[in-house]
Each structure stands twice: as C-alpha cells, then as structure tokens.
Design a protein around this ligand. Structure first.
Ligand code: SAM
Length: 251
C-alpha cells in the first residue's frame, strides 16, 4: 500500500514538474536496478544512489559547496545547535555527515577531536575530506568514518553530548531509524541530546522511490519511546526548513 502510494506521489510530482520528468524516469530505472542488487539492504542501496549522484556531478543528496544554499543550510544547522547550548568542550556524533555542509562549522567550533562524522557513502566521506582540506581544518583532527549499518559497534558507550542527523532519516525506512535509535541509546551520554530532521506528513505515510520517506510525528515518537527516549517536535524549527525536527533525550 505504502509503495503504491509512493508511485502515485511520484507520478504526481512528475506531472507537476514536467522538466523533471525525464530525470525522474531515469532515477526510477536506476533505483529498480540497485534495489535488485541490494535486496533488503537499504543502506547498501542508498550509499550507491548517493555515490552515483556524486560521480555524475549531481550531488543532489549532499549539495555543492559552491552554492549559497549549501552554506546557508550548513549555517542554519550550526546556529540552531549553538542557540540550544552547544559548547566547544562538547562531543558530537553526526550521522549522515555528508560533505560536511554543517560539519565543517561544528569542527571549527568544537575542541580538537570532539567531532565524529559517519556516513554510509565512501564517496561522501572522500568529499568530506576535501572540505576539511579546503577549510584548513586538518589540525582539528575530526573522525570521518564510513558505516554499513547503524550498530555503531566501533564507538564507546556514553560518549556523545550531541547526536545530530540532518536530512538523513528523510532517506531511511523505519527499521533503519529504529536500529539507529537502539544504538544511539548506547553511545550517547544519558544527559545527551539527539536532534534529527524528517519529512513530516499528517496524512498517510509514504515513500518516493526508495529515496524519500514521509512520516507522521507519532510514528517516530513511538519508535523513540521503544528505545527509552522522550521525543519533542521542535516548534522553533518548524516552518523554517522543508523538514521538521525531533529532539530525543533520556532526561
Ligand atoms: C541529504 S544528505 C545530508 C548530509 C548532511 N547531513 C547535510 O546536512 O549536509 C544525506 C546524507 O546521509 C547519508 N545517509 C543516509 N542514510 C544514512 C544512514 N542511515 N546512516 C548514515 N548516513 C546516511 C547519505 O549518504 C548522505 O550523505
């Protein structure tokens, strides 16, 4: 049913934006092939989607550092967390760090070695390293790591003050998000804060291709509760960005 609705939404989108229809059909074909290749492994599938975009120079998933929008959205993420209490001595795990659109600002601000960025796409992590060099930040010694799942088994327990994921769960099915909640509960300090954005719908939940997923707030709040988190929809973020923001805490 969800998939059916996703196809209808996709068709509507293509009709509303005929200039994008050709690109949409191309993506539909590519998605079908990659889904066959990565049966049941969403992260493997999506890492290839992102990598293919980057190699084709589209970089739609991470944006381009030369664009004003890249700088603006990165600054927005940073300013928001600063207003909400981010301090230089804090430690941060950024899930789906992309090419460090916001990450380079966090790295700049945090004490050396306090930033840990992970992403499922090796191509993106290489692009993140380029950003680091371009911003002359190698002395800050951030960690940048490719992951293939949401286990974070290589990270110590109770380590991070902040866990941040911007425009990541908008590309994840619910089981991936739940796996993430389960393991963030281990690596985040009990006093820590986990902020993430998501595409919010008040109607039926649906996915577009296997790339974009729309959730009801209640679905994610209930999933968070299953892993011991309180979840709050951030009212001061609402309407300032196409995605909504949820904050998870355990205190
Ligand atoms: C739209 S980009 C956003 C990147 C970055 N957060 C930003 O705001 O610029 C989404 C990124 O999340 C990564 N990603 C998607 N699902 C992920 C997951 N479950 N775990 C880690 N990275 C993921 C993708 O490879 C991509 O680099």
């Amino acid at each position: 049913m969800r998939q059916h609705r996703g196809l209808i939404e996709g068709a509507r989108h293509a009709i509303a934006h005929p200039e994008r229809a050709r690109r949409y059909v191309r993506r539909l074909r590519r998605d079908a092939l990659l889904r066959l290749k990565h049966r049941g492994d969403h992260l493997g599938y999506y890492a290839e989607v992102v990598g293919a975009d980057i190699r084709q120079g589209e970089a739609t998933a991470v944006g381009n550092h030369e664009r004003a929008a890249w700088r603006k959205v990165g600054r927005k993420q940073f300013d928001y967390l600063r207003q909400h209490g981010l301090e230089p001595q804090h430690t941060m795990l950024e899930i789906g760090c992309g090419n460090l659109r916001a990450g380079w600002r966090f790295i700049d601000f945090l004490d050396a070695g306090h930033y840990y960025g992970v992403d499922i796409s090796p191509d993106v992590i290489l692009a993140a390293q380029d950003t680091l060099v371009r911003k002359s930040q190698v002395e800050k010694l951030p960690y940048l790591t490719v992951v293939k799942d949401m286990s974070f088994a290589f990270l110590p327990a109770e380590r991070f003050d902040w866990v941040h994921a911007h425009s990541v769960f908008s590309h994840c099915p619910l089981p991936v998000i739940e796996e993430c909640f389960a393991n963030v509960a281990r690596v985040m300090k009990s006093t820590g804060t986990f902020d993430f954005t998501f595409y919010r719908t008040e109607g039926k939940e649906f996915g577009r291709l296997r790339e974009d997923f729309y959730y009801r707030t209640e679905t994610l709040v209930a999933a968070a509760a299953r892993h011991g988190f309180n979840a709050v929809l951030m009212a001061d973020w609402e309407g300032t960005h196409p995605q909504s923001k949820l904050r998870l805490t355990r205190h």
